[in-house]
Design a protein around this ligand. Sequence first.
Ligand code: AMP
Length: 367
Amino acid sequence: MLKPGSTIGILGGGQLGRMIALAAAPLGLKTHIYCPDRDSPAFQVSDAHTCAAYDDGAALDRFAAGVDVVTYEFENVPLATAERLAARVPVRPGAKALAITQDRLAEKSFVRDLGIGTAPFAAVDDLAGLEAAVATIGLPAVLKTRRFGYDGKGQVTIRPGDDLSAAWAAIGRQPAILEGFIAFQREVSIIAARRADDAFAAYDVTENVHRNHILHRSTVPAAIQAEAAREARGIACRIASALDYVGVMAVELFVTHLQGRDTVIVNEIAPRVHNSGHWTQDGAVTSQFEQHVRAIAGWPLGDARRLGRAEMVNLIGDDVEQWLSLLAEPGAHLHLYGKDEARPGRKMGHVNRLWLDDAAARACAEE
Ligand code: AMP
């Protein structure tokens, strides 16, 4: 268990690392950010930073010597980096969560082997494999690279009549999976925390709307049936236990509605704090960032109850120019990431809106 005054090392210096660092400070914890990008937003709010490559062994060893625990803000941390650090200092969540979530085939197989629903999927290693996968799974389907896909990058939807070799070329002819296309009713996620001793806490299910493959808006509570929400919570709990997970994670789910009943299936696991959990900063008793810090420090998990109805809207590219009017809006909480240049598609900040609702908080407590 960490003592106040300890230092958390964070791999990755983007907005998630920044918000973890901001949440650590009120708990008397220091942060040291490790990131190769010179203008990392997290550097601005941390006690120390190392600007070095993820394969710089000497820099990693110095970093490990100066921190009490290491965590990360993105799942594409090279495994060799995590393993080198883990030989010197606890890395939380551990290498297992990274290894599985970095590879869509390993991730989907892991979820299916737990008896949890996913889209039908098949491994694709070459064009002949794609043809075979299409024959089994059918069309439409989504072809995704096994590794390094995010925000819709590295994936293409294949419809009946489409040229398979063009789809294979579009994802760069690299190891992939083909997933059956799910005509989902909505997309939701569940953000949950687990400690090493199996203590578990989940936030209410969040409903997510994407634009151009990037999260646009999250709202909570999600408009799904209570039974499906309970199922989502159970899924997160089983995944976290099976991964020996320590920290906050997100499970992204598709909701389908068949014969009057909502059903959830898993799309993706994120072994980190998640954009769809940003509402918790202003809409829950404990934010996902504080919760992550508590979990990796080995401290008691915080209260995950929701304070009311909440929404989070991302400020992408030029959206950030609304900052002044958002500041003037009653009930709105503005969060800016300290990035200089508002390039198209770049996440510059977000706004949380909260409608306090005693009844919602009570119902959540009684559940
Ligand atoms: P992913 O990178 O797997 O999170 O996918 C990005 C987005 O593509 C998801 O949020 C969905 O909107 C859509 N998508 C991914 N997989 C499927 C699927 N099997 N069926 C339908 N839509 C999908």
